[in-house]
Ligand binder design. Sequence first.
Ligand SMILES: *Cc1c(COP(=O)(O)O)cnc(C)c1O
Length: 311
Amino acid sequence: MSTPYPEMLNTTLQLDELIEPVYLTESCGKEVKWDVLRLDKVHPVVSGNKVFKLGKWMKHATEKGYEGILTYGGPYSNHIHATAYATKAAGLSSIGIIRGEKTSPLSPTLQDAERWGMQLIFTDRASFRNHSRSTMNATSKRHPRYLPVPEGGFGMEGRQGAESIHALIPGNAYDWILCACGTGTMMAGLMTAAVAGQKVLGISVLKNNHDLETHIRSLLPEHQATSDILTDHDHHYGGYAKADEAMLSFMNHFHKRTGIPTDIVYTGKLMRATDDLIRKGYFQQGSRILTIHSGGLQGNRSVKEGMLTFF
Ligand SMILES: *Cc1c(COP(=O)(O)O)cnc(C)c1O
C-alpha cells in the first residue's frame, strides 16, 4: 500500500481483501453492483480515512522540524484519536484543542488520546468554532513548535493524503465512488484522483452544511476548479452524530446481512444513503458502485451498551 506511513498500516492485508461485496440488486428494475472499500480494516487502532489524511501533515511536520502537531476536535473525534496515535508512532508530540468543557471521566476517545501522550486543552464552543478552521490564532501562536492542523485534517495536505485512498481502488472498476463528508477533504482527494468518467458523490453527515462545496472547491487543483461537485444533503438523518433507533436498527441489519460494522456518525449514514439511493433508482442500470468505509468505529463507544449488536 502506498501511503506516507505504510509501517502504520496492517500490511498483512491484501488489497483485494479490502474490497467486499454488499449486493447485486435488481430493486426498482435496475441491476447495480455495490462494493465497499474497508478502510476500517487497515489498522487496528487508527482505522479509516484519518490515517491517510494525516500522512502528508505528519511528513510536513517532520520535514519542517516541528516538535509535534496541534489540532482540533470534539470529545469523540476520530481525528483527535488518530492524531494522538499516529504522532506518537512517528515520534512527534501532539496537542488537542477539545470542544467543550472537560468531563470527568473523559470520553473513551480522549482517555486513549491522553494515554498516547496528547496534551488536551479544553475550550468553549464559541472560540472552538472560530479557531478550528483558521488555525492561525492565539492558541496556536502560543505553541510555535507545533504545526497547526485544522479540524478533520482539512487542507491541501489532507487532500493529498486522501488521494492515496484512491490508489487502493483498481483501475476503472467503478462508475461511482460514494463517501461520507464532514469537512469534504476526503471527497476532494477522491475527486482529484478519480479516473475519467468516474463520479464521486459525497453524502453530507451534517445538517445545513452549506459551505461544503465551497470548502471542497478550495482544495481542488486549478484545472478541476470548475468541475461539478456532486453532494447529497438529504441523508444526514437529523444531523451530526445524531443516531436514532431507526439508524441503529439499520446498522444492525446491515451488519447481519454483510458482516460489515459501521459507525453512527459517518459510515452508518453513508450505507443507509447508498441503500436508499439504489432503491430510488438514482443509479443507472449496470452501475458499479463503491462506497468508502472510512472507519470511525471507535466513535461507537458513545452509544449505549447493547444497542449495537456488533459492538
Ligand atoms: C472524518 C471522517 C469522515 C469525513 O471526512 P472529511 O474528509 O472530513 O469529509 C468520514 N468518515 C469517517 C469515519 C471519519 O472519521
